[in-house]
Design a protein. Sequence first.
Length: 338
Amino acid sequence: MEGSQKKRVVVFGELLLRFTPRQYERFVQAQEFDARYTGAEANVAVSLSNFGMETFAVSKVPDHEIGQACVNYLRRFGVNTNYILRGGERLGIVYIEIGASQRTSKVIYDRSHTSFQEATPEEFDWKQILYGKDWFHFSGTAPARGDNVVRILKEACSAAKQLGLAISCDINYRSKLWTIEEARRVLPGIMKDVDVVICGPGDLREIFGISSRKSDGGTYRGAMMKLQRRFNLSWVAMILRKEPSASVNQLSAILYDGEKIYQSRSHSIQIVDRIGGGDAFTAGLIYGILSDLRPKDTIEFAAAASCLKHTIPGDFNLVSLEEIRRLLEAAHTRSVER
């Protein structure tokens, strides 16, 4: 953010310990696991911190060494952790088996009775947390953790709206966390305060009952328009993905601003780690909007950010603005930088 005050983004969601077998091993054969910390919203915060924005994570972790290790991990990447509460019994765990070729990746959650899931609305002073900030972000995995988290989130969105923050939601439906009936019941009640939605064709169809057939030159303009009008949204964005295998994907994205559809170029990706690709896209979208990029440039930036994340182990998109710009400009030969 050259020559201007840093934009300030707050994210709210569960923090997790991620265990991944090494060298594409399967769960049943692994004797060693790579350990990292993650969380859908934390992934967004780390990306935006790399892009030069000031980011704040709001969550709750246990008051012991594992909880502190998680907080320390976020601090390494420039995320402000002052609003992460301590208490409860445990940090959630996610096990991820990285797929290859025709074998898909697998995710197993161990997230019951976590500190975050058992947090209460009284623990969060949202007006104090959000004062002086520019943006508030959450994903659908937060309200999936239970009715008390839904209440916390509704209070957060209400405060953000009163204070004039933009609010974004990545629908991010995960069938292993809650049922589609629960998502249909909860999400529309939160969406009334949201300005920017990131979703997939399946989300439109299964959660909101909106036909997700491609139209208008291969885009989902009609479906995105219906969602935008239903909730009075400023922006609707979507990743479009072709998956010939777990190792090779074609990725592009579209953005609807209430009037026009903007579509990015398509990126062919040799995947190292797909997890976090959607969060990298969301961060790129937030960066583009907060930086007043043109809509076409915003969706190109977000798609390129997601593309590069797929080449990095772990959930965090550890790339710079310059690396994304070089990809967009195709100004380098992808040889070794010396």
